[in-house]
Ligand binder design. Structure first.
Ligand SMILES: NC(=O)c1ccc[n+]([C@@H]2O[C@H](COP(=O)([O-])OP(=O)(O)OC[C@H]3O[C@@H](n4cnc5c(N)ncnc54)[C@H](OP(=O)(O)O)[C@@H]3O)[C@@H](O)[C@H]2O)c1
Length: 267
């Protein structure tokens, strides 16, 4: 049986840790990873990055945290080229001091929510794919370069996926495409790279800002009504509950590279 992923001293990158699921992932993983681990937290909102960094350090002073304001939808090459090196320098850390590097590709957006026949604006479609695909691909490439198979004995990439990766949802075309593409990205990287574990984790319908958007902006009436009902009746899955399931999967460490594991799957 493989060792738990969470037993190794790690450098752990989380995108979108300021709200919702990403915040819960960063906080819960910081309670599990060994002393000396380093968190690199990336998103657009500096104040909220500082807040989650402070929360982690308050509860685990043996864990180091660095934050960087980062827009995954940006086309500024320099932002991607330097982000990991800058964060390591800021932390006074070197790749060699870690047993493992973890990347949690959590940051994502739901809008543009339109029926396929209405997705006729080139710029709007490009903006969606820049944030949800292009930026994720380029950040992941930089992660694989800085935390290379030669430098690291173990690497883990977790893509936060969705039921939408495997099941069509009316008026959610771009989101479904992005999630299924990112699932495939984990399968390809799992084949290409050495010393790597790749996982797609679909966290269930969550009580976050994104589900509120789903309940108001979804154009398909039956899907919108389902989200409205879930938000109104507070029946969505709590982020901490979903992260507990993710932690169980990481501790068990028996998934095939590129597997799609859902919150509702049996542990
Ligand atoms: N909510 C659900 O029901 C549900 C279900 C299945 C899967 N998911 C997936 O779970 C993940 C998290 O969703 P959530 O519900 O927690 O969403 P959320 O509450 O809207 O939070 C999204 C996070 O992504 C970050 N983000 C958004 N755009 C960004 C950008 N351009 N650059 C960097 N960071 C960016 C945000 O940070 P800043 O605003 O600080 O930049 C925020 O921390 C997403 O991948 C989502 O698709 C959600």
């Amino acid at each position: 049986m493989a060792d738990s992923i969470l037993q190794k001293k790690s450098v752990c990158v989380v995108t979108g840790p300021t709200r919702g699921l990403g915040r819960s992932i960063a906080y819960q993983l910081s309670k599990k990873l060994p002393d000396g681990s380093l968190f690199i937290l990336l998103s657009k909102n500096k104040a909220l990055l500082d807040e989650i960094a402070g929360l982690i350090i308050t509860h685990r002073d043996e864990i180091r945290v660095v934050t960087s304001v980062f827009d995954q939808g940006s086309s500024d090459q320099g932002q991607f080229d330097n982000v990991f090196q800058d964060c390591l320098v800021k932390a006074g850390a070197h790749v060699n001091e870690f047993e493992q590097a973890i990347l949690v590709n959590n940051a994502g957006t739901l809008e543009l929510l339109e029926l396929s026949r209405d997705l006729d604006n080139v710029n709007a479609v490009n903006v969606f794919f820049s944030t949800n695909i292009t930026g994720c691909v380029v950040l992941t490439a930089k992660f694989l370069q800085v935390f290379s198979a030669t430098a690291m004995k173990a690497r883990v990439i977790i893509n936060i996926s969705s039921l939408a990766a495997v099941s069509p949802m009316k008026s959610w075309l771009l989101y479904c495409m992005a999630k299924s593409s990112r699932d495939m990205m984990m399968k390809v990287i799992g084949e290409e790279e050495d010393n790597i574990r790749t996982l797609n984790y679909a966290p269930g319908p969550l009580a976050t800002d994104m589900s509120v958007i789903a309940s108001t902006e979804t154009k398909d009436p039956s899907l919108r009504a389902w989200f409205e009902d879930q938000v109104k009746n507070k029946t969505l899955v709590e982020c901490d509950q979903s992260v507990e399931k993710l932690i169980t999967v990481l501790e068990k460490n028996s998934f095939a590279n590129g597997a799609h594991i859902d919150y509702y799957d049996e542990a």
